[in-house]
Write a protein that binds this ligand. Structure first.
Ligand code: COS
Length: 385
């Protein structure tokens, strides 16, 4: 379908597809097998100015928005979710600075991020704070001109590889969610080390690591926003980034659909290509329809968020929920269309199916997305009464 992209948007989409086809596809199975972090691809994306798509020009970025970022995410995800997770998590880590950072913080960090000199990671999750984001136990105590961080973050994407970390920690225990604050912590800060690297079902080339803070001292200036704003910084960050997860869903589903359709055209059974069999056509028809619906929703929501609308929680949750449920269904169906071949590592769809599962889990499980949507609907309905 034609989404009437402008010239620059077309250029972003085409270049992302070219990188995905020529550089990512040939190595995706090996990256997956070896759990190898895609540094070469990230460097290439940096050279192509892709790490600064959504960063304003005054800070060295391309000056476009979340929609253009989603176009790049979608194309990379069509080839490999491990690579696109690394790329998208970089934006997730950047949003707290972009949305709530001081002018000094933006000037210091955004050019390094836009140029790809340093990667970024977002650190909210802990052993006891997953869906219950307010359950963070990592603390930050103000001592003179420094905050002293103690605690452990878990399952942090880009952990160990990133140079900049946006970290949520508790500055006032008595205030619950309103006692959390957000900080910028640089790699190599004394007291900041990395723990276990996870061995995952999918997105295996992305790095998922523990962050350990032991009396880690960060300058007071590294506080993002005001003390007590950490929960809001985290929620607004997720509101902005969840469409990117939706775009990942659209991309991986598209990749799986294409692989299944081509296979169905070539595979002969009962004296005909299986794509001629109506039972197979119906599966492909559902896959294609769901992908187009997911794409239309993700694009519409990404554009809506780019208007800087005040409250986008419901819409971004809808885009993430719908597109990632589609991704799971479509990748499972792609394996089904391809039968035994689909189950073999020789073909790409078994990896896509393994990779897709995380999309229903990270940046808020799809049950949490339904909660967010449900709560917004209750508020809207009460207002109308
Ligand atoms: N934007 C602005 N404010 C928000 C907000 C948002 N998106 N979401 C919540 N808030 C505010 C609320 O309005 C409330 O403010 P008041 O104290 O003034 O009433 C405050 O933050 C607390 O909100 P709430 O009571 O809804 O918080 P809960 O602890 O119930 O948690 C959910 C809300 C479940 C939505 C939150 O914990 C969440 O998103 N969890 C999933 C986290 C996640 O995505 N984790 C993945 C790891 S990060 S990759």
């Amino acid at each position: 379908m034609d989404y009437f992209l402008d010239e620059e948007q077309m250029m972003i989409k085409d270049l992302a597809r070219q990188i995905a086809d020529e550089k990512v596809m040939p190595i995706r199975a090996e990256l997956d097998e070896k759990e190898e972090f895609p540094w070469e691809i990230m460097k290439l994306l940096a050279q192509s100015d892709f790490l600064g798509i959504y960063i304003p020009e005054e800070y060295g970025g391309m000056g476009r928005g979340g929609f253009e970022f989603c176009l790049a995410v979608e194309e990379l995800s069509r080839a490999c979710l491990g690579v696109s997770t690394t790329y998208a998590a970089n934006a997730l880590g950047t949003y707290p600075i972009l949305l709530y950072g001081s002018e000094e913080q933006k000037k210091k960090y955004l050019p390094e991020i836009a140029s790809g000199k340093k990667l970024v990671a977002f650190a909210l999750t802990e052993a006891n704070a997953g869906s219950d984001a307010a359950g963070v136990q990592t603390t930050a105590r103000l001592e003179g001109n420094e905050y002293v961080l103690n605690g452990t973050k878990q399952w942090i994407t880009n952990g160990g590889e990133a140079g900049i970390y946006t970290v949520i920690a508790i500055t006032d225990k008595s205030k619950g969610a309103r006692g959390a604050s957000a900080f910028i912590v640089e790699k190599d800060t004394p007291g900041f080390t990395f723990g276990k690297k996870e061995n995952k079902m999918g997105i295996r080339s992305s790095s998922t690591r523990e962050l350990i803070f032991e009396n880690c001292r960060v300058p007071k200036e590294n506080l993002i926003g005001k003390p007590g704003m950490g929960f809001i910084v985290a929620m607004k960050t997720l509101d902005s980034s969840r469409t990117g997860v939706g775009a990942q869903g659209v991309g991986v589903a598209q990749g799986a659909y294409e692989a299944a359709a081509v296979y169905a055209l070539e595979r002969q059974q009962f004296g005909q290509p299986i794509i001629s069999i109506q039972a197979v056509q119906h599966i492909l028809a559902d896959m294609a329809t769901q992908i187009e619906a997911a794409r239309a929703l993700v694009y519409a929501v990404a554009k809506f968020i780019d208007t800087k609308a005040k409250d986008v929680s419901k819409e971004s949750a809808m885009a993430k929920l719908f597109a990632t449920d589609v991704a799971m269904k479509v990748t499972v169906d792609a394996v089904q269309v391809m039968g035994g071949a689909g189950y073999m590592r020789e073909y790409p769809v078994e990896k896509m199916m393994r990779d897709a599962k995380i999309l229903q889990i990270y940046e808020g499980t799809n049950q949490i997305q339904r909660n967010v949507i449900g709560q917004a609907l209750v508020k809207e309905t009460a207002k109308k009464k």
